[in-house]
Write a protein that binds this ligand. Sequence first.
Ligand SMILES: [Zn+2]
Length: 236
Amino acid sequence: MGNHAIVIDPGDARPVTDWLVEHGLRLDGVLITHHHSDHTGGLPALLDAFPELVVHGPTSPPIDGVNRPVGEGDLVEFPSLGLKFDVLAVPGHTATHIAYLADDLLFPGDTLFSAGCGRLLGGTAEQLNASLRRLAALPGHTRVYCTHEYTLANLAFARAAEPHNAERDGWLETCRALRANQHPTLPSTIEREKRINPFLRTDEPELIASVAAETGLNPDDSLACFTALRAWKDRF
Ligand SMILES: [Zn+2]
């Protein structure tokens, strides 16, 4: 809004500073979702360039450059942008992952991707499943700004896990066209993800049958199905 900006999960500083210069923007703050270096690597250079920069992030583990640790229930305000972010604890990808939600803007980090979700790199399948269900319960029009453009690869797995899903096939065609023209597939929406993302569809009979056929397990509840699905994707 106006000439103000914030940045979420700057893995590199250079694209951020280039964008700020190109658009004549002032950087008012940074939001960090978790400690992985591809989400935090730009912090030292950004803090060199803007020594007063306010950087919000999880309380643990300590992250070099985070100077305002936040957690579940905290509110992060940027009056210059008219934005108030609720901080949501969404463990699973890591044990201390957080997400930021301002009205219908969701920044889920590596918790939720379009047609996919983060790997288990510190948290448990039970935590990630619960975190995804929490995000899926947000209003359908909520826009989902995932940190990574993994959509096409995720959709390839989604087709294997749930072969018959016409809406997902339509989204795949849309995403192929977007990527062919160098456009992002993001943001997605919660409503779309509930219809096409296999990790939010672990109650669907076809998906349960696929997981059973692939793993030889008989997932008798949503968590068992989610756990087996996440493990399948890891080796896909
Ligand atoms: Zn990560």
